[in-house]
Design a protein around this ligand. Structure first.
Ligand code: MN
Ligand code: FE
Length: 337
């Protein structure tokens, strides 16, 4: 590895000198993000508005409503928590220019996601004071947010510098909190619930928006894992058995919190979903996250939702929007005009 390469503490390179690239993967993630561009208003909400206010036959059940509201409550504030983390702490320390270019793109996507929840609240006529306070009032949501905030508090300190082995460990520890746990685990029970609903042709507009968010988050997570792996590669002394164990413990704890959140969102189970199946899914994705950052898997659970990976793979479609429209039209349930 060339001496010049350093993704953090870029006192050896100029943060404004983007060419020649040192980390081509950061560029690939940037281009993927741009190719996946979307806005919430492109998704019609008429069917959702009708279903949301419908009474009697075919109306949403109390269980379905709870699940939807819980997920809107979690995601509406989690998206801006993520955006704040990028802008207020990660950006300052990741000094490599092409990685910063990606972070700017990611910050924009988080703004699109924040905007999505504003659009959903407006369209469905939800009470913003209820939805945007759920991260304080609903314990299973609050515990997830508190866990991430606590896990990432050291680098929020304006005096924090990545100048010692211990501080670089803290930085990587916090990056695991942001990328692997928040975006890679805490979003996924929600994705599975909302996309199961879409598969049943219920709340199809909200479901499509969750589909695009999932596609974006897949890239955020891939960037985060590449960033973590690069810092470890460039600073191998930080990757001690004790440090790895701390990360593993945090991931385990996050799986428990995510399963508790699923149980609380969906206490009785609906649409073939119940806590057991979601637990299996969360364990499966936690194993994949562990392996992605060079740690051994913990659970060995199978993926009960292979269709979730198919949704992520949609991003490989060149003409994503056309493909999507055709698919839904074939199903005869989306009036796209
Ligand atoms: Mn997001
Ligand atoms: Fe994200």
């Amino acid at each position: 590895m060339s001496e010049r390469k350093k993704i953090i503490n870029c006192n050896v390179t100029d943060p404004n000198k983007i060419l020649p690239f040192q980390y081509p993967w950061a560029r690939v993630h940037y281009k993927t993000g741009v190719a996946n561009n979307w806005t919430p208003e492109e998704v019609p909400m008429q069917q959702d508005i009708e279903l949301w206010s419908k009474q009697g036959e075919g109306a949403l059940t109390e269980e379905e409503r709870r699940m939807i509201i819980w997920n809107l409550g979690f995601f509406s504030t989690a998206e801006s928590l993520t955006a704040n983390n990028i802008v207020l702490s990660i950006y300052r320390h990741v000094t490599n220019p092409e990685s910063r270019q990606y972070l700017l793109r990611q910050a924009y996507e988080e703004a699109v996601h924040t905007d999505t929840f504003i659009y959903i609240c407006d369209s469905l006529g939800l009470d913003p004071d209820e939805v945007y306070n759920m991260y304080l009032t609903i314990p299973s949501i609050k515990e997830k947010d508190d866990f991430v905030i606590k896990m990432t508090e050291s680098i929020m300190d304006p005096q924090f510098q990545t100048d010692t082995v211990e501080n670089i460990q803290k930085f990587v520890h916090d990056l695991v909190g942001y990328y692997i746990i928040m975006e890679g685990i805490f979003f996924y029970a929600g994705f599975a619930m909302m996309l199961s609903m879409l598969r049943q042709n219920r709340m199809v507009g909200v479901g499509e928006q969750f589909q695009y968010i999932l596609r974006d988050e897949t890239t955020h997570l891939a960037f985060g894992a590449d960033l973590i792996n690069t810092i470890v590669e460039e600073n191998p002394e930080i990757w001690t058995p004790e440090f790895k164990q701390t990360i593993i413990e945090n991931i385990k704890k996050s799986v428990d919190l995510e399963v508790a959140y699923a149980q609380d969102s969906l206490p009785r189970g609906i649409m073939g979903l119940n806590t057991e199946i979601i637990k299996e899914y969360v364990e499966h994705i936690a194993d994949r996250r562990l392996e992605r950052i060079g740690l051994e898997k913990l659970y060995g659970s199978n993926n009960p939702f292979p269709w979730m990976s198919e949704i992520v793979d949609l991003k490989k479609e060149k003409n994503f929007f056309e493909t999507r429209v055709t698919e839904y039209q074939t199903g005869g349930n989306l009036d796209w005009d």
